[in-house]
Structures are given as C-alpha cells and as structure tokens.
Ligand binder design. Sequence first.
Ligand SMILES: O=C(CO)[C@@H](O)[C@H](O)[C@H](O)[C@H](O)COP(=O)(O)O
Ligand SMILES: [Zn+2]
Length: 189
Amino acid sequence: MDYETVIRERFRETAQNYEKLTANAEQIQKVSLEIVARMRRGGCVYFCGNGGSAADAQHLAAELQGRFLHDRRPLSSIALTTNTSTLTAIGNDYGYAQIFDRQLRGLGQTEDVLVGLSTSGNSENIMLAMATAREMGIYAVGLTGSTGGAMADACDTCIRVPADHTARIQEMHIAVGHMMCEIVEQELM
Ligand SMILES: O=C(CO)[C@@H](O)[C@H](O)[C@H](O)[C@H](O)COP(=O)(O)O
Ligand SMILES: [Zn+2]
C-alpha cells in the first residue's frame, strides 16, 4: 500500500478543516476573554477529558500554570485528569461517571471556568461535570466535534470544531486551546 497517498489525503483534509475553523474565531475570542475576566477575579480554569483528551487537558493546564510564550506570573489552572488516587477512589467508590464531577464539587468556586474536551460530545463524566459547573455558576466551555453531541446544548459556550474524526478533532482542540492560552497570556502578562 502506498501510504504517501493516505498521508497527502490526511493533510488535505486537515487544511480544509482549518480553513473552516476561522468561522469559530469570534467564539474562541469570547471564551478567552471570559477566562481572562474570571482569572482577574481570582478564578481557576479546570480542564477535563478522556483518553487523548485527558492528555490535551493536562497539556493546556500546563501552559497556563507554567508558561506559553512569555515569562509571566503562574495562572491558576488544574487538569482534573492527573491525580490517580483521586480518580481511582472516585471511580471505584462512586463510578467512572463521577470522576470529574466530584472533583469539581470539591474544588470549584463561582469565578472558575471548566473546559471539557470530548470529541463525541457524549462522554458521561464530562456531561455530569458540565451540568455541575452550570449549577455552581462556573463558566462551562465544551470543546467538541462538528455535531457537538449532547454537549452542544449543555455548556455556556460549546466550541464545535469542523471535523468528524476523533484524531482530527483532537488536533483541532489543541490548536484552539493554544489560541486561548495565547490570548489569556497576552491579557494577563
Ligand atoms: O485519543 C483517542 C483517539 O484518538 C482515544 O484515546 C479517545 O480519546 C478515547 O477513546 C476517549 O474515550 C473518547 O472520548 P470522547 O472524546 O468521545 O469524550
Ligand atoms: Zn488520539
């Protein structure tokens, strides 16, 4: 099999998807500025996701807590995917669906932001955390794929990236997340 053809096709698909993503520019700016406003009031940004999106959640929290492009003060951000003792205890005792929700209930404050990454938009643990965020006055941001799944109507803002395959959606989530980090860093330097 000639994989070069496949690779070229993937790049072509990716380029087309990114062209369409420009339609989300206003929404990405809106979410970034909401994060800035909440961080100025002492808010923290929580990230959560499953599988590859758990890695993305950790990646984005690290950009804020550490640095993105510039040296500046650390920004308050936590990935809810990292403490294996917490995750296994909650998962074992209460069920996998509650692993993010319960952490948010314990940690969350009104000025915070929750960013849930789900390519299907249907992961139960993300959906539960989204509902809890809204209940607690935490700004709920969903990052999902073109259909949006159940998450489309369950967030304060749902960013639906214009891709249909899990891998392509995840790649675009990181691109959107990086743009958000760039704006947040620029505003809060
Ligand atoms: O990274 C990948 C596939 O690219 C997988 O690990 C993927 O993240 C997992 O199947 C997740 O459980 C999918 O969950 P979700 O994105 O639908 O919420
Ligand atoms: Zn992946």
